[in-house]
Design a protein around this ligand. Sequence first.
Ligand code: NAD
Ligand code: UFG
Length: 336
Amino acid sequence: MKILLTGGTGYIGSHTAVELIERGYEIEILDNLFNSKITVLDDIEKITGVKPKFHKVDLLDVLAMEKVFEEGKFDLVIHFAGLKAVGESVEKPLKYYENNVGGTINLLKCMKKYGVNKIVFSSSATVYGDQGVAELTEDMQTGVGITNPYGETKHVIEEILKDVAEADQKFEATILRYFNPVGAHKSGLIGEDPNDIPNNLMPIIMKVSTGEIKELSVYGDDYDTPDGTGMRDYIHVVDLARGHVAAIEKMKPGVSIYNLGTGKATSVLEMVAAFEKASGGKKLTYKIVGRRAGDLPKIFANPTKAKKELEWETELTIEDAMDDTINYLKHYTEKK
Ligand code: NAD
Ligand code: UFG
């Protein structure tokens, strides 16, 4: 099977590339390098012995994308490419709708033109909005109470995929709703390396530990959780990557939706403590500040459907994620 990874030099895409190559899949990567670096291809080669064919192409450049499809003869697309900064999406909504929704429409049209009818899409737990409960299952209504344009783009794309499947019986789409990806490859060669100032917890913790950011602001300690800080389902990025391999092996006509998470929630302060423990007791500077607008107290995946239908479940722990992050940080600081 020949697979195109859009956004394949990014954080989750690069880890998935490694897992696919290690299982013998032939892959090519398309990315505009907006939020990733070309050197990731060398790192993938160091890990797997294979340097994937790369196309520096933007999803908004239809002609360039068509050329990739014409030559590629792909069987399936895994669609990671997208902008993901929640805060920026509030300030620049059109940029997000154009890139994420517009880019996906271009991709789907291109797939149709070149006879590719299988797609795996990177969605997010954000599509659930505020359900009033912490444990989220795939059958819950989505799209209500999403608090930012980034989240809206994920919901809209899910709806587009359902409509396309309705119109074309041969179309196969698997929507993967990621919870909070953390960690890095055990080699230390690939990990999360945002080109911009991050707004997610783990990359901020990383940058506080390297001194690039002065301190971590913990957004609220007055939630109804054991230590008062927000709780999320942090999934090791390698487990997440393996979830994509499981998904492509179980593709079927129509739209299938799966949560990819661990089923457990961890608080911000527990994450800080785990990071400190993995770094040999070195303290991480943080201060408690007010709640961040739009944040929920606690959410986590019910991963039962993925376990049953994809025969996939997480194997790695928060401790593994912290050890791998610290190992990656060593390589990352050496490279700088
Ligand atoms: P990332 O930014 O590391 O990777 C995304 C890649 O897409 C980048 O390499 C970027 O350059 C590329 N890209 C963006 N717009 C493009 C365009 N128009 N044309 C070509 N390439 C383009 O992000 P990631 O964390 O690896 O996320 C991958 C996907 O998973 C995204 O769709 C994201 O929204 C989704 N997701 C991520 C998280 C998370 O917390 N990391 C959670 C839920 C869902
Ligand atoms: N947090 C802090 N300080 C920070 C950053 C985060 O205390 O500087 C806290 C948040 O309040 C939250 C937890 O850490 O309790 C996790 O926050 P993230 O921003 O890392 O993650 P979110 O769960 O808020 O959102 C992420 C992605 C979304 C995605 C969602 C669900 O940013 O795109 O996970 O998958 F939709």
